[in-house]
Design a protein around this ligand. Structure first.
Ligand SMILES: [Fe+2]
Length: 277
Protein backbone atom coordinates (compact mmCIF):
# COMPACT_ATOMS: atom_id res chain seq x y z
CA UNK A 1 0.00 0.00 0.00
CA UNK A 2 1.52 3.35 -1.00
CA UNK A 3 1.67 6.36 1.34
CA UNK A 4 -1.36 8.17 -0.16
CA UNK A 5 -3.54 5.04 0.04
CA UNK A 6 -2.39 4.41 3.60
CA UNK A 7 -3.39 7.97 4.57
CA UNK A 8 -6.83 7.59 2.97
CA UNK A 9 -7.33 4.28 4.82
CA UNK A 10 -6.29 5.93 8.13
CA UNK A 11 -8.74 8.78 7.59
CA UNK A 12 -11.56 6.33 6.79
CA UNK A 13 -10.73 4.35 9.91
CA UNK A 14 -10.66 7.52 12.03
CA UNK A 15 -14.09 8.63 10.76
CA UNK A 16 -15.61 5.18 11.26
CA UNK A 17 -14.20 4.70 14.78
CA UNK A 18 -14.80 8.24 16.02
CA UNK A 19 -18.38 8.43 14.73
CA UNK A 20 -19.14 5.14 16.46
CA UNK A 21 -17.42 6.30 19.67
CA UNK A 22 -19.46 9.50 19.64
CA UNK A 23 -22.71 7.61 19.04
CA UNK A 24 -21.86 5.21 21.89
CA UNK A 25 -21.13 8.06 24.32
CA UNK A 26 -24.34 9.89 23.32
CA UNK A 27 -26.33 6.70 23.96
CA UNK A 28 -24.57 6.43 27.33
CA UNK A 29 -25.53 10.01 28.24
CA UNK A 30 -29.13 9.32 27.29
CA UNK A 31 -29.26 5.97 29.07
CA UNK A 32 -27.87 7.33 32.35
CA UNK A 33 -29.62 10.69 32.07
CA UNK A 34 -26.29 12.44 32.70
CA UNK A 35 -26.84 15.89 34.20
CA UNK A 36 -24.99 19.02 33.09
CA UNK A 37 -23.24 19.15 36.46
CA UNK A 38 -22.01 15.56 36.04
CA UNK A 39 -20.86 16.36 32.50
CA UNK A 40 -18.86 19.40 33.72
CA UNK A 41 -17.33 17.37 36.56
CA UNK A 42 -16.30 14.62 34.12
CA UNK A 43 -14.64 17.14 31.78
CA UNK A 44 -12.84 18.78 34.72
CA UNK A 45 -11.68 15.33 35.90
CA UNK A 46 -10.10 14.65 32.49
CA UNK A 47 -8.48 18.11 32.43
CA UNK A 48 -7.05 17.60 35.93
CA UNK A 49 -5.81 14.11 34.99
CA UNK A 50 -3.97 15.63 32.02
CA UNK A 51 -2.60 18.51 34.16
CA UNK A 52 -1.13 15.96 36.60
CA UNK A 53 0.39 13.87 33.78
CA UNK A 54 -1.83 10.85 34.45
CA UNK A 55 -3.75 10.57 31.18
CA UNK A 56 -1.64 7.62 30.01
CA UNK A 57 -1.94 5.99 33.43
CA UNK A 58 -5.72 6.45 33.49
CA UNK A 59 -6.12 4.88 30.04
CA UNK A 60 -3.70 2.04 30.77
CA UNK A 61 -5.46 1.18 34.04
CA UNK A 62 -8.96 1.04 32.61
CA UNK A 63 -8.55 0.19 28.92
CA UNK A 64 -5.19 -1.29 27.90
CA UNK A 65 -6.06 -4.88 28.89
CA UNK A 66 -9.13 -4.77 26.64
CA UNK A 67 -7.07 -3.44 23.72
CA UNK A 68 -4.58 -6.26 24.32
CA UNK A 69 -7.39 -8.84 24.37
CA UNK A 70 -8.74 -7.58 21.04
CA UNK A 71 -5.36 -7.37 19.34
CA UNK A 72 -4.17 -10.79 20.54
CA UNK A 73 -7.41 -12.61 19.77
CA UNK A 74 -6.61 -15.81 17.86
CA UNK A 75 -2.86 -15.33 18.20
CA UNK A 76 -0.84 -18.54 18.54
CA UNK A 77 2.03 -19.07 20.99
CA UNK A 78 2.59 -17.49 24.39
CA UNK A 79 -0.19 -15.23 25.66
CA UNK A 80 0.39 -11.50 25.49
CA UNK A 81 -0.23 -8.96 28.23
CA UNK A 82 -0.20 -5.19 28.51
CA UNK A 83 2.95 -3.07 28.18
CA UNK A 84 1.86 -0.65 30.90
CA UNK A 85 3.26 2.84 31.46
CA UNK A 86 6.73 1.94 32.82
CA UNK A 87 8.55 0.69 29.73
CA UNK A 88 11.70 2.61 28.77
CA UNK A 89 13.29 1.95 25.34
CA UNK A 90 17.00 1.62 24.58
CA UNK A 91 17.94 -0.41 27.67
CA UNK A 92 21.52 -1.77 27.84
CA UNK A 93 22.20 -4.73 25.53
CA UNK A 94 23.45 -7.92 27.20
CA UNK A 95 24.00 -11.50 26.10
CA UNK A 96 22.68 -14.50 28.04
CA UNK A 97 23.75 -15.62 30.61
CA UNK A 98 23.78 -12.24 32.33
CA UNK A 99 22.80 -10.23 35.39
CA UNK A 100 20.40 -7.29 35.00
CA UNK A 101 21.92 -3.85 35.79
CA UNK A 102 21.54 -3.39 39.55
CA UNK A 103 22.66 -1.47 42.60
CA UNK A 104 25.57 -2.68 44.75
CA UNK A 105 23.05 -3.20 47.56
CA UNK A 106 20.09 -4.29 45.43
CA UNK A 107 17.41 -5.34 47.96
CA UNK A 108 15.39 -8.55 47.84
CA UNK A 109 15.72 -12.22 46.96
CA UNK A 110 17.98 -13.18 44.03
CA UNK A 111 16.13 -14.81 41.15
CA UNK A 112 17.18 -16.72 38.05
CA UNK A 113 14.80 -16.07 35.16
CA UNK A 114 15.51 -18.77 32.59
CA UNK A 115 13.97 -20.81 29.81
CA UNK A 116 13.78 -21.09 26.07
CA UNK A 117 12.16 -19.35 23.12
CA UNK A 118 10.81 -21.55 20.33
CA UNK A 119 8.64 -21.16 17.27
CA UNK A 120 5.13 -22.62 17.29
CA UNK A 121 6.45 -25.69 15.42
CA UNK A 122 8.87 -26.36 18.31
CA UNK A 123 12.01 -25.13 16.49
CA UNK A 124 14.49 -23.36 18.80
CA UNK A 125 14.94 -19.77 17.63
CA UNK A 126 18.36 -18.28 17.01
CA UNK A 127 18.58 -14.50 17.41
CA UNK A 128 15.80 -13.81 19.93
CA UNK A 129 16.02 -10.67 22.04
CA UNK A 130 14.23 -10.30 25.37
CA UNK A 131 13.63 -6.72 26.47
CA UNK A 132 13.15 -7.16 30.23
CA UNK A 133 11.97 -4.62 32.80
CA UNK A 134 10.66 -4.97 36.32
CA UNK A 135 9.98 -3.32 39.66
CA UNK A 136 12.51 -3.87 42.44
CA UNK A 137 11.85 -5.62 45.77
CA UNK A 138 10.20 -2.42 47.04
CA UNK A 139 7.84 -2.21 44.07
CA UNK A 140 9.67 0.71 42.43
CA UNK A 141 10.73 1.07 38.78
CA UNK A 142 13.91 2.85 37.77
CA UNK A 143 13.10 6.11 35.89
CA UNK A 144 9.74 6.32 37.74
CA UNK A 145 10.85 6.07 41.38
CA UNK A 146 10.03 9.39 43.06
CA UNK A 147 12.83 8.78 45.59
CA UNK A 148 15.23 8.34 42.60
CA UNK A 149 17.13 5.63 44.49
CA UNK A 150 18.07 3.61 41.41
CA UNK A 151 20.25 4.57 38.46
CA UNK A 152 18.70 4.77 34.99
CA UNK A 153 18.01 1.31 33.55
CA UNK A 154 18.26 -0.41 36.93
CA UNK A 155 16.69 -3.88 36.47
CA UNK A 156 16.22 -3.26 32.75
CA UNK A 157 18.06 -4.80 29.79
CA UNK A 158 17.76 -6.09 26.25
CA UNK A 159 19.10 -9.63 26.44
CA UNK A 160 20.06 -11.76 23.46
CA UNK A 161 19.39 -15.49 23.89
CA UNK A 162 21.95 -18.07 22.73
CA UNK A 163 21.71 -19.76 19.32
CA UNK A 164 19.32 -22.39 20.75
CA UNK A 165 16.90 -19.75 22.06
CA UNK A 166 17.98 -20.30 25.67
CA UNK A 167 18.27 -17.54 28.23
CA UNK A 168 19.49 -17.21 31.82
CA UNK A 169 18.99 -13.82 33.43
CA UNK A 170 19.96 -13.17 37.02
CA UNK A 171 17.82 -10.59 38.74
CA UNK A 172 15.84 -10.05 41.94
CA UNK A 173 12.26 -11.05 42.80
CA UNK A 174 9.99 -8.09 42.09
CA UNK A 175 7.32 -7.02 44.57
CA UNK A 176 3.65 -6.14 44.09
CA UNK A 177 3.17 -2.39 43.71
CA UNK A 178 0.42 0.15 43.58
CA UNK A 179 -0.18 2.74 40.92
CA UNK A 180 -0.01 6.35 42.26
CA UNK A 181 -2.67 6.66 44.95
CA UNK A 182 -2.84 10.42 45.41
CA UNK A 183 -3.66 11.60 41.89
CA UNK A 184 -6.92 11.60 39.92
CA UNK A 185 -6.59 7.93 38.88
CA UNK A 186 -6.07 6.78 42.48
CA UNK A 187 -8.92 9.02 43.62
CA UNK A 188 -11.25 7.47 41.05
CA UNK A 189 -10.26 3.94 42.14
CA UNK A 190 -10.98 4.85 45.77
CA UNK A 191 -14.38 6.27 44.79
CA UNK A 192 -15.10 3.01 42.94
CA UNK A 193 -14.12 0.94 46.00
CA UNK A 194 -11.18 -0.64 44.16
CA UNK A 195 -7.60 -1.05 45.39
CA UNK A 196 -4.66 0.32 43.34
CA UNK A 197 -2.38 -2.77 43.47
CA UNK A 198 -0.79 -4.92 40.79
CA UNK A 199 0.43 -8.46 41.52
CA UNK A 200 4.21 -8.85 41.32
CA UNK A 201 5.39 -9.49 37.78
CA UNK A 202 8.25 -9.22 35.33
CA UNK A 203 7.73 -7.58 31.93
CA UNK A 204 9.16 -8.98 28.70
CA UNK A 205 9.07 -7.93 25.05
CA UNK A 206 10.35 -10.63 22.73
CA UNK A 207 11.53 -10.02 19.21
CA UNK A 208 12.94 -12.16 16.41
CA UNK A 209 13.37 -11.24 12.73
CA UNK A 210 11.06 -13.98 11.44
CA UNK A 211 8.46 -13.95 14.24
CA UNK A 212 5.64 -11.75 15.44
CA UNK A 213 6.81 -9.65 18.39
CA UNK A 214 5.33 -10.40 21.79
CA UNK A 215 4.76 -8.12 24.78
CA UNK A 216 3.83 -9.96 27.94
CA UNK A 217 4.25 -10.28 31.71
CA UNK A 218 4.91 -13.23 34.02
CA UNK A 219 3.24 -13.39 37.43
CA UNK A 220 4.16 -15.39 40.53
CA UNK A 221 1.89 -18.16 41.76
CA UNK A 222 0.36 -17.34 45.17
CA UNK A 223 0.48 -13.55 44.81
CA UNK A 224 -2.44 -12.00 46.75
CA UNK A 225 -3.42 -9.68 43.87
CA UNK A 226 -3.66 -12.19 41.01
CA UNK A 227 -7.47 -12.13 41.08
CA UNK A 228 -7.84 -8.38 41.49
CA UNK A 229 -5.03 -6.81 39.43
CA UNK A 230 -5.95 -3.13 39.13
CA UNK A 231 -5.24 -3.21 35.39
CA UNK A 232 -6.80 -6.67 34.82
CA UNK A 233 -3.74 -7.97 32.94
CA UNK A 234 -3.33 -11.41 34.54
CA UNK A 235 -3.84 -14.46 32.29
CA UNK A 236 -3.67 -17.98 33.76
CA UNK A 237 -0.93 -19.28 31.37
CA UNK A 238 1.32 -16.43 32.53
CA UNK A 239 1.28 -17.42 36.22
CA UNK A 240 4.48 -19.25 37.13
CA UNK A 241 5.76 -20.91 40.30
CA UNK A 242 8.91 -19.48 41.86
CA UNK A 243 11.03 -22.47 42.89
CA UNK A 244 13.61 -22.10 45.64
CA UNK A 245 17.02 -23.44 44.56
CA UNK A 246 19.13 -24.75 47.44
CA UNK A 247 21.66 -26.94 45.59
CA UNK A 248 25.12 -25.64 46.69
CA UNK A 249 26.65 -26.31 43.25
CA UNK A 250 23.92 -24.31 41.50
CA UNK A 251 24.24 -21.52 44.07
CA UNK A 252 27.98 -21.36 43.37
CA UNK A 253 27.41 -21.44 39.59
CA UNK A 254 25.22 -18.34 39.93
CA UNK A 255 27.92 -16.60 41.96
CA UNK A 256 25.63 -16.40 44.97
CA UNK A 257 26.20 -17.17 48.62
CA UNK A 258 22.69 -18.31 49.54
CA UNK A 259 19.62 -20.01 48.04
CA UNK A 260 17.78 -18.19 45.27
CA UNK A 261 14.50 -18.47 43.39
CA UNK A 262 14.15 -19.83 39.87
CA UNK A 263 11.51 -18.61 37.46
CA UNK A 264 11.41 -20.90 34.43
CA UNK A 265 9.36 -20.08 31.37
CA UNK A 266 9.43 -21.40 27.82
CA UNK A 267 8.12 -18.82 25.35
CA UNK A 268 6.58 -19.65 21.99
CA UNK A 269 6.51 -17.16 19.12
CA UNK A 270 4.46 -17.52 15.93
CA UNK A 271 6.22 -16.98 12.61
CA UNK A 272 5.07 -13.86 10.76
CA UNK A 273 3.39 -16.08 8.16
CA UNK A 274 1.32 -17.67 10.97
CA UNK A 275 -0.47 -14.41 11.76
CA UNK A 276 -3.73 -14.83 13.63
CA UNK A 277 -6.90 -15.24 11.60
FE1 LIG B 1 4.73 -3.44 35.86
Amino acid sequence: MNTANARVRQEERLREVFENLLATVKDFVQHHEVTHDEYRRAVEFLCETARQGELTLLCDVFLEATVDAVESSGRMGTASSVEGPYYVPEAPVLRSPCVLPHRANEPGEPMLFHGTVRATDGTPLDGVMLDVWQADANGAYSHFDVAKEAAPYNLRARVFCDERGRFEIRTWVSAPYHIPKDGPTGGLLTALGRHPYRPAHIHVKLSHPQCLPLTTQLFYEGDPYLDSDVVGAVKAPLIVRLVKQEDPAEIRRQGLGSPFYALKYDFVLPHRTAKAA
